[in-house]
Write a protein that binds this ligand. Structure first.
Ligand SMILES: C[C@H](O)[C@H](O)[C@H]1CNC2=NC(N)=NC(=O)C2=N1
Length: 112
């Protein structure tokens, strides 16, 4: 399979299936620093990134915003001094879609 981050995001539509266990087993090794959490019954991908200060945390936040806008798929972002917590899930299907794994991989690429 070509690198996860290079995979195309598909338009996430209501009723689309959440990722299967087999897909999770395929995708998750490409984003090893991310954890799968469940909140209010919704499976989510989450990773905390650390930075030397708030300015660099905010710059990263904006880079993630750019990739989200480009994909039409958006994370939850908690930006603090020296830390940004990024959480991906698909609101329409109240769970994890292939897009969320793709965008987590793209998030790693902009965390220089
Ligand atoms: C209308 C708009 O394209 C949709 O609401 C998009 C926006 N970004 C989104 N982002 C995420 N994470 N899940 C969605 O279901 C979603 N839907």
């Amino acid at each position: 399979m070509s690198q996860l981050s290079q995979q195309p995001c598909e338009a996430c539509r209501k009723g689309a299936p959440t990722v299967s266990e087999a897909e999770i087993a395929l995708f998750k090794p490409e984003i090893p620093q991310w954890k799968i959490v469940e909140r209010d019954g919704i499976m989510q991908l989450e990773r905390a990134f650390t930075f030397p200060d708030f300015k660099q945390a905010l710059a990263f936040t904006n880079r993630v915003g750019e990739i989200a806008e480009a994909a039409g798929h958006h994370p939850a972002l908690l930006t603090e001094w020296g830390k940004v917590t990024v959480t991906w899930w698909s609101h329409k299907i109240r769970g994890l879609h292939r897009n969320d794994f793709i965008l987590a991989a793209r998030t790693d690429e902009v965390a220089n």
